[in-house]
Design a protein around this ligand. Sequence first.
Ligand code: NDP
Length: 284
Amino acid sequence: MSNNKIDGKQIASQVTEKVQERVERLKEQGVTPGLAVVLVGNNPASQTYVNNKTKTCERLGMHSVMIELEENITEQELLKHVETLNNDKKIHGILVQLPLPKQIDEDRVIAAISPLKDVDGFHPESVGKMMIGQPTFLSCTPFGIMKLLEYSDVEIAGKHAVIIGRSNIVGKPMGQLLLQKDATVTYCHSKTKDLHTFTKQADILVVATGRAKMIDASFIKEGAVVIDVGINRDEHNKLCGDVDFASAQAVASKITPVPGGVGPMTIAMLMENTCLAAENTLIN
Ligand code: NDP
């Protein structure tokens, strides 16, 4: 099938256009949404992600602050930075770019972010609220995938969604959000036996394993919707997903490319969450 590519870049720009309108309305009321991005160390991939996030913020007229810290910073020092940002009225959203260096307990840092500013949706309070369907900040990647499905007119209710991957930031919340929209959800992971048996039943297949091109057409039911979360480098150092796009595209009814699929949506949802955090300050 050709022409079945889901254009994440284009959908992300539709989402950010709406965010921009909300930013303008907030500014009229004297509030400029502000995002602080904390980067520890010099992981090149993290640097690229962080730069993209702050650039998008600025493009949408939002205030953005980048805090770059040394690789060998102590957990205590990092927690102090988070506390300062929690108390900063110009900052509505705080994002600490993961992974963090070994000497720092990521869970402790995430838990230290005020849930009112948890625009990444990783705080246990946000995760708990998401689980029970209460309004909260949703983890940006699965939230972005829900938007991709919505904008692509993919029916979810009654469909079998199979998620490969069970990380706290992608796989687990992804399954919960699909469940809330009445999908029947199956989680697969590295200990799943005979992966094919499950993936072949999927009407919607979300792949988030971090294993370059591991899913080809043989795993996919004819007509399935395939969402590729992976960001990997192939043998030629080119960006690629967890799905072998050329092979999978021939059997999928709709499929996201890498790059240009899920990635742009993750940033768009971060912008939407930051805007929401700023709007909440007018209500609370
Ligand atoms: P993790 O490494 O935290 O999780 C990977 C998951 O995949 C684990 O649950 C693991 O199982 C499972 N897995 C690994 N190998 C296999 C296998 N051979 N068969 C079945 N399951 C397997 O990764 P993340 O969830 O953080 O990220 C996944 C991918 O998505 C990465 O490539 C990452 O770069 C990308 N990503 C992209 C984003 C975007 O914006 N596009 C945002 C976030 C991540 P087990 O639990 O048993 O170990």
